[in-house]
Design a protein around this ligand. Structure first.
Ligand code: 13P
Ligand code: SF4
Length: 301
C-alpha cells in the first residue's frame, strides 16, 4: 500500500500534508506534518499540483482558498470539526448587528462561508499576534470561547467572545491534571488554548500543537504532560525517544481526525477524490481573512 501511494504521488504530482492529530500510519506516509498554520503555509508554498490533505474539512478548504490553482483532496468527505459548525451566517449577522463597530476575527476552525464574512482569521499559533495587529480596539472573536479568553489575557484589546468549544479539549479536567502533576512533579505541562481557563492556569506553557513540538525539542525536561488531542503524542515520542509523555486527560481523541486510513489516501490519489471546491465568490472573500492569517507571524515559535 505504501509503495503504491508513493507511485501514485509521483504520477499525480502530489504532496501529502497531515495534521499533528492524524493516526500514526498517516503521519508516517505524510511529506509534512504540522499544525493549522504550518499546513496553510505549506499548502500555499508547495510547487506540487495536487495536495492530499489529511486533516479535517476546514483545513483542506483553507489550503484550496490559498492555492486555488491546485487540486486539494480530502480523502474522507465527512471529516469535519464540530467547533467549526457551531457558528453560522445567521449568528454572525446577529453579532454584526449587535456590535456594528467591532472587527470580526475568526479562528481558522470555521467554514469557508464563515471566513468569507469575517475581517481577519488566525490560528492558535498566532491568535494574539493577529488581534494585536488589528487597528480596531474592539474585536469579536469566534467561535472558540477559551481561545478568545486567552487572547483577551494576552492583548490590550477588548475581545467579545462567542460560546463555541472543542469537545476534545473540554475533556481536560483540572482535578485530573492536578493529580497528574502531583504524580509527576518534574513534568512540564503544555496545554492547548482550546482547554478551559481553569486548566490553562495549571500550564507551564500554552501552545498550539506545533508550538508543543518545538517546546519539547528545546526543553531540558524529560517528562511532559500534554494537554491536547493524543495524536500529537505519537509525533512527540517519535521525535524525542529519550522523553516521556502523559496525556492531560483520558480519551482525548478527535473522532473526525481519526477517519482517514491508508486505503483512503490510496483511493484519493487513484480516483482524485474528494476535491474541495468552495464557491468562487466565497473563496475570493475568505482569502482576504486567510491571507492576513498566513502573513502574521507565530507567537509560539
Ligand atoms: P493547532 O492549530 O494547534 O494544530 O490546532 C488545531 C485544532 O484543531 C485544535 O483542536
Ligand atoms: Fe475540531 Fe476539536 Fe477536532 Fe480540533 S480537536 S478538529 S477543534 S473537534
Amino acid at each position: 500500500m505504501r509503495e503504491e501511494i508513493e507511485q501514485l504521488k509521483r504520477e499525480r504530482d502530489a504532496i501529502i500534508l497531515a495534521h499533528n492529530y492524524q493516526p500514526p500510519e498517516i503521519q508516517d506516509i505524510a511529506d509534512f506534518v504540522g499544525d493549522s498554520l504550518d499546513l496553510a503555509r505549506k499548502g500555499a508554498a508547495t510547487p506540487h499540483r495536487t495536495i492530499v490533505f489529511c486533516g479535517v474539512r476546514f483545513m483542506a478548504e483553507s489550503a484550496k482558498i490559498l492555492a486555488p490553482e491546485k487540486t486539494v483532496l480530502l480523502p474522507v468527505l465527512d471529516a469535519g470539526c464540530p467547533l467549526a459548525d457551531m457558528v453560522d451566517g445567521e449568528k454572525l449577522a446577529q453579532l454584526r448587528k449587535r456590535y456594528p463597530h467591532a472587527t470580526l476575527l475568526c479562528y481558522v476552525n470555521t467554514t469557508a462561508e464563515t471566513k468569507a464574512r469575517c475581517d481577519y482569521c488566525c490560528t492558535s499559533a498566532n491568535a494574539a499576534a493577529v488581534a494585536a495587529a488589528i487597528p480596531n480596539g474592539r474585536i469579536i472573536f469566534i467561535p472558540d470561547e477559551n481561545l478568545a479568553r486567552w487572547v483577551m489575557k494576552n492583548t490590550d484589546k477588548e475581545i467579545i467572545p462567542y460560546p463555541g468549544y472543542c469537545y476534545v479539549h473540554k475533556k481536560i479536567k483540572r482535578e485530573y491534571l492536578e493529580r497528574l502533576k502531583k504524580h509527576y512533579p518534574d513534568a512540564e505541562v503544555l496545554i492547548h488554548p482550546e482547554a478551559d481557563p481553569e486548566v490553562q492556569e495549571l500550564a507551564d506553557f500554552i501552545l498550539s500543537t506545533s508550538g508543543m513540538v518545538k517546546r519539547v525539542r528545546d526543553s531540558q525536561k524529560k517528562r511532559f504532560i500534554i494537554g491536547t488531542e493524543e495524536g500529537l503524542i505519537y509525533r512527540l515520542k517519535k521525535e524525542n525517544p529519550g522523553k516521556e509523555f502523559f496525556p492531560a486527560g483520558p480519551g482525548l481523541i478527535c473522532i473526525d481526525m481519526k477517519k482517514i486510513r491508508l486505503e483512503d489516501v490510496h483511493n484519493a490519489l487513484k480516483e482524485l477524490v474528494y476535491p474541495i471546491e468552495p464557491e468562487s465568490e466565497i473563496m475570493t472573500r475568505a482569502r482576504v481573512a486567510l491571507n492576513r492569517m498566513v502573513e502574521i507571524g507565530r507567537r509560539d515559535g
